[in-house]
Design a protein around this ligand. Structure first.
Ligand SMILES: [Zn+2]
Ligand SMILES: [Zn+2]
Length: 269
């Protein structure tokens, strides 16, 4: 909640006119409690999880011949019913697990000062390095958590749900056991805990992560994908191999980049 009642008060406090983005944010958030702005994380997650995989799912269904030449496992075609089942299960986890956890853990976020909600909005020079740090923190921690999830007990009791799809699609990115949703949320939240940010940066970070996860699980390798330009980026082919090998596989654990697999000698593609 922004502690100024009017735009004029905000501009007096800032010592300048608000930017267009700041005026929009003021209009939207001025009277909202901070925990509700923080809860937008679940909303943003659900919106991007719904929309990002949709174009490819439609392309595969409406024009399979066009999509086929880029498909990593061309013999496997998931039915609309299977995708819908996957989407429904994942969306339910966001609503029933992630959403209440965000509210329950909000007091910790508040006490630690992890998120700010007021004005000014962060500049690109603040956001960019924060996102870089969050990516590396996420990548390193999730690499080790993912390796632990491939130990016998953890795989049989938790991680096997995510590996239900040997040929994944974008909607399978969040198809997991409820415990995995919680465990793998830790690396995503640790970055902002270490380097606090504005809540809009936090929402951007989650949007980017959901899009990356959807791309990694999309089941297609497009040579013109802009992520091909990112050094050490794993991408769809890299993670598809991890799903193809299945639970007995001990390779390609990284969620974003490939350097951890390279350093710890678990890279296969
Ligand atoms: Zn796995
Ligand atoms: Zn996966």
């Amino acid at each position: 909640m922004i502690r100024y009642a009017t735009a004029a008060e905000v501009e007096a406090a800032l010592g300048r006119a608000m930017t267009c983005a700041e005026a929009t944010w003021f209009q939207y958030s001025a009277t909202m409690p901070d925990y509700w702005l923080w809860w937008h994380t679940a909303f943003v997650f659900l919106v991007f999880y719904t929309l990002t995989p949709l174009p490819l799912a439609l392309l595969e269904h409406l024009a399979p011949a066009v999509a086929l030449k880029y498909k990593l496992q061309p013999r496997v075609r998931l039915s609309p019913a299977a995708l819908l089942h996957c989407y429904r299960d994942s969306a339910r986890l966001v609503l029933l697990v992630m959403s209440p956890c965000l509210i329950v853990f909000y007091p910790i976020v508040k006490v630690m000062g992890i998120i700010r909600t007021g004005l000014p909005l962060p500049s690109i020079w603040e956001i960019a390095p924060q996102l870089v740090v969050y990516h590396f923190v996420e990548d390193y921690l999730s690499y080790w958590i993912h390796r632990l999830l491939h130990t016998k007990w953890a795989y049989n009791n938790i991680h096997h749900v995510h590996h239900e799809f040997r040929a994944p699609a974008g909607f399978a990115a969040s198809h997991s056991h409820w415990a995995e949703v919680l465990i793998l949320a830790i690396p995503t939240f640790v970055g902002p805990a270490v380097v606090p940010c504005h809540v809009t940066t936090h929402l951007l970070w989650f949007s980017v992560r959901v899009m990356e996860a959807a791309e990694t699980h999309c089941g297609y390798d497009f040579p013109f994908s802009p992520t091909k330009l990112i050094p050490f980026y794993g991408g769809a082919e890299y993670h598809d191999y991890h799903h193809y090998v299945g639970g007995h596989g001990q390779s390609n654990f990284s969620s974003i980049f490939t350097y951890c697999d390279f350093i710890y000698r678990t890279n296969k593609v």
